[in-house]
Design a protein around this ligand. Structure first.
Ligand code: FE2
Length: 315
C-alpha cells in the first residue's frame, strides 16, 4: 500500500520579466547554479541532490507559476491525482512523463482552491554530488513557500485533506503546515488577496546566512528584514527583495518535528510566547519589504508592461 501523501518540497517556478537579469541575480548574488537553460527558461539548483529548486521563465507578466512537491512513487502520484479530482480540484495536467530538461520524472499539476498551480512528482533526476558548493553561504534547498491567502481554512483543508499535510503551528497571522519532518514547507498568511508572500532557501548555518546576506549587500541588495529568528520553526532569517519584486529569504536552523510528541501551537500560545514574529527583536521589516510580501512591486511592473504593450498596439 503506497503512502499517498506529498513528502517534500522540491522547488518553486516563477514567471519573470527578464530571464538574464533574474538568472544573473540567482547565480551571482543569491548563490544558486544553473543546471539547464533553453527557450526562455532556466533551471537552477542548490547544493542538495534535488535537480533544481528554482525554475524561471521569461514571460510578459511575472508571478508565481507553480510550486513543486515530491511524492514517494508513481502509485502515490496517481493516487493524489485521483484524490484531487474527487475533491473537485481543477486538474491542470493529468499524470504524465515530465520534461527531461526539468529532470524528467512523472507527475501531475493541480490548482489549489485559491488558484496556485502545484505540481506533484516522483522519479525526478537527482544530482550525484553537491556540485561546486563548498560555501555554506549558498542555499542547500528550498525550505518553504509562504502563500498569501484570503480563505486560509479552505486552502489548508486542501493541503491537509488532499495532499496529506499536517498543521504544525498557528499564529494570528499565519498557519504553518508540514509534509515532512521539517517544521513547515508551506505557510498560509492571512491577506486581502492570494499570491506569493515569499520563498525561503535554507543555508547550512548561521555563518552561511550572515555571509550570504553580506554577498547580497555587495551586489546592492540590502536586508529588508533581519537578521532575526522566528517563533514558529525557530528559524533564523534574512529577507530581501529580488529584481522582479518577489521576496526571497535565507533561513537556517529550522526546527524538525517529532510526530510522537509534537503539540500544535495555537494563536493564543504564540501571542503569549512572542511579542512579534522575531525573537531577537533587532529589526522590523522595512515598509518596502511589507509591500513586496503583498505583491506590490510585481503588480506595478506588470501594469507598466501592460501599458507599454497597449501603447505599442495603439501606435
Ligand atoms: Fe519564511
Amino acid at each position: 500500500m503506497t503512502n499517498m501523501r506529498v513528502n517534500g518540497l522540491r522547488g518553486v517556478e516563477l514567471a519573470v520579466f527578464d530571464l538574464k537579469e533574474t538568472q544573473d541575480f540567482y547565480a551571482n548574488a543569491w548563490g544558486l547554479q544553473t543546471v539547464a537553460a533553453a527557450d526562455g527558461s532556466a533551471y537552477m539548483r542548490a547544493a542538495s541532490a534535488e535537480h533544481h529548486v528554482l525554475a524561471i521563465h521569461e514571460r510578459k507578466r511575472a508571478g508565481l507559476a507553480a510550486v513543486h512537491f515530491s511524492a514517494p512513487d508513481r502509485a502515490a502520484v496517481d493516487g493524489l491525482h485521483a484524490k484531487s479530482k474527487a475533491w473537485g480540484c481543477e486538474i491542470v495536467a493529468a499524470p504524465h512523463d515530465l520534461p527531461l530538461i526539468a529532470g524528467g520524472g512523472y507527475g501531475f499539476s493541480v490548482k489549489a482552491p485559491e488558484g496556485q498551480i502545484l505540481t506533484i512528482s516522483c522519479d525526478v533526476a537527482r544530482h550525484a554530488c553537491t556540485g561546486d558548493f563548498y560555501d555554506h553561504s549558498r542555499p542547500d534547498k528550498l525550505s518553504h513557500v509562504v502563500l498569501n491567502s484570503v480563505d486560509i481554512q479552505k486552502q489548508e483543508a486542501f493541503f491537509c485533506d488532499v495532499l496529506g499535510f499536517r498543521l504544525t503551528d498557528s499564529t494570528a497571522r499565519m498557519d504553518f503546515i508540514r509534509c515532512s519532518s521539517y517544521h513547515h514547507s508551506i505557510a498560509l498568511a492571512r491577506a486581502q488577496g492570494p499570491g506569493l508572500n515569499h520563498m525561503a532557501y535554507e543555508v547550512s548555518n548561521f555563518d552561511g546566512l550572515m555571509r550570504g546576506s553580506g554577498r547580497m549587500k555587495k551586489h546592492g541588495y540590502n536586508i529588508g528584514w533581519g537578521v532575526g529568528r522566528h517563533g514558529p520553526g525557530n528559524n533564523l532569517f534574512s529577507y530581501f527583495i529580488e529584481p522582479n519584486g518577489f521576496v526571497t529569504e535565507y533561513t537556517a536552523e529550522v526546527d524538525t518535528i517529532d510526530e510522537a510528541t509534537h503539540v500544535v501551537g495555537t494563536p493564543d500560545y504564540w501571542a503569549k510566547m512572542m511579542n512579534g514574529p522575531d525573537r531577537f527583536g533587532l529589526a522590523d521589516p522595512s515598509p518596502e519589504l511589507r509591500d513586496a510580501m503583498h505583491g506590490k512591486f510585481v503588480d506595478e511592473r506588470n501594469k507598466r508592461c501592460e501599458e507599454i504593450i497597449a501603447e505599442k498596439m495603439a501606435s
